[in-house]
Write a protein of this length. Structure first.
Ligand SMILES: Cc1ncc(COP(=O)(O)O)c(C=O)c1O
Length: 431
């Protein structure tokens, strides 16, 4: 797709990443089920390995079906290059590997997905990469925590599961004043509702397992390079990007690839070494899902608001957190950063605590009870006993995650049917 900067979101979603198969004219994206690619001759093989020409070598590094999805997501996000990975966890792990080394640290919101906390705290800490958890709703706390060894600030556009909205511009200013990139996990919002790069983020990460796929049919992740961070200004902090890379013919990624340096480094070096690539089939499904992303997110947002308003008025419900409600502490910020809608995620507490929550979940019939979110179908889960159970009770309390909290992912069904099912569950919880 040419001139992709000038097209609207829906046009990009339908056309970016893939036009037609050059060999057959197929308008549908083929699933390139191949591990490797035939070289034309030894000269071409050598030049591909030296990054002197673009092309395909081995599907761990790049694959045409995967590239179509990457280019499509990149166009929607307004980035300088995207990289698809086998899961959201792999996306974060590859990004940390690109930016950090032993002795460095990351400043991270304590209200993020539990798996993000455990990955940083249990895995990267063993390799000498420390994480400082802060309340990123307060950018001054973030700025204070950044020191000379910090290599990035990480938070979520909408926190999982506390539903706090990130003060994106203030966080970007705080990070940039201290010479580090801002990394935003945009899983809950997707580029259809928020494009963090437009608000100053330097990289965006995704669990594409969620809304980007939408169908609950795969596990995937992605990183989009915002292209705005000047790696060359901090060679001592980011030698892998700003200094000759001995693992890649002494290429200086920031020189060779300019604004796409991070995406190039991730593709050519980190993915080559760590190998968290997705399958071509999953990339095919993800590329297909992009075409309906805006339509789905609009309906998730419409249903989300209707369900949140219903819960807020129900006598059995203690509290509701949904950024689109006037009662949400950051509703003002949601009106700026999520002006097209707040999606389908919300958290609420039922009267009667953990026992009442259990009764509610067990008496639902339409709403699924499973460890996923962002699907077309409505799902519910109790984070304290599942997704965030590996955190200590102290960590959960610090993140504001009470034992009675339920996380609801509102789907695309008729809102009235979702509400009827919840009414049934809430009645049972009150008995
Ligand atoms: C906000 C967020 N980021 C990252 C992840 C990890 O993604 P995945 O399960 O695809 O590895 C999740 C998973 O729930 C998530 O909710």
């Amino acid at each position: 797709m040419k001139d992709n900067k000038n097209y609207g979101f829906m046009t990009k979603a339908l056309h970016a990443g893939w036009e037609r198969d050059p060999a057959t004219g197929s308008s549908g994206l083929p699933i390139y089920a191949t591990s490797a690619y035939q070289f034309k001759d030894s000269a071409q093989a050598a030049s591909l390995f030296k990054l002197e020409e673009e092309g395909y070598i081995y599907s761990r590094l790049a694959n045409p079906t995967v590239k179509a999805f990457e280019d499509g997501l990149n166009a929607l996000e307004g980035g300088c290059g995207a990289i698809a990975l086998s899961s959201g966890q792999a996306a974060l792990a590859h990004l940390v590997a690109a930016l950090c080394s032993s002795g460095s640290n990351l400043v991270v919101s304590r209200k993020v997905y539990g798996g993000t906390v455990t990955l940083l705290q249990n895995v990267f800490s063993r390799f000498g990469i420390e994480t400082k958890f802060v309340d990123s709703d307060h950018p001054c706390q973030v700025e204070e925590a950044i020191d000379d060894d910090t290599r990035g600030v990480i938070t979520e556009t909408i926190g999982n599961p506390m539903m706090n909205v990130a003060p994106l511009e203030a966080l970007a200013r705080a990070a940039h004043r201290r010479g580090v990139p801002l990394i935003i996990d945009n899983t809950f919002a997707t580029p259809a509702l928020c494009r963090p790069i437009e608000w100053g983020a330097d990289a965006v990460v995704y669990s594409t397992t969620k809304y980007v796929s939408g169908n609950g049919n795969l596990i995937g992740g992605a990183i989009v390079d915002g292209g705005g961070f000047d790696w060359r200004a901090y060679p001592e902090k980011f030698p892998g990007l700003a200094l000759p890379d001995p693992s890649y013919h002494d290429i200086v990624f920031a020189e060779r690839y300019g604004r796409s340096a991070l995406a190039a480094k991730l593709h050519c070096s980190v993915l080559r070494d760590m190998g968290g690539c997705p399958s071509a089939f999953d990339a095919y499904l993800l590329h297909l899902s992009l075409s309906t992303l805006a339509l789905r997110m609009a309906r998730h947002s419409e249903n989300g608001l209707a369900v949140a308003k219903f819960l807020e008025k129900h006598p059995q419900v203690e509290w509701v957190r949904y950024p689109g409600l006037e009662s949400h502490p950051q509703n003002d910020m949601a009106k700026v950063y999520l002006k097209d809608g707040c999606g389908g995620m919300m958290a609420f507490g039922v009267k009667g605590g953990i026992e009442a929550g259990r009764k509610l979940v067990d008496s639902l019939s339409l709403i699924g009870h499973m460890a996923n979110l962002g699907q077309t179908r409505t799902l519910i889960i109790h984070p304290a006993s599942t997704t965030h159970s590996q955190l200590t009770s102290g960590q959960r309390a610090e993140a504001g995650l009470s034992d009675g909290l339920l996380r609801l992912s509102v789907g695309l069904e008729d809102a009235a049917d979702i509400i009827t099912d919840l009414e049934k569950g809430l009645d049972a919880a009150g008995k």
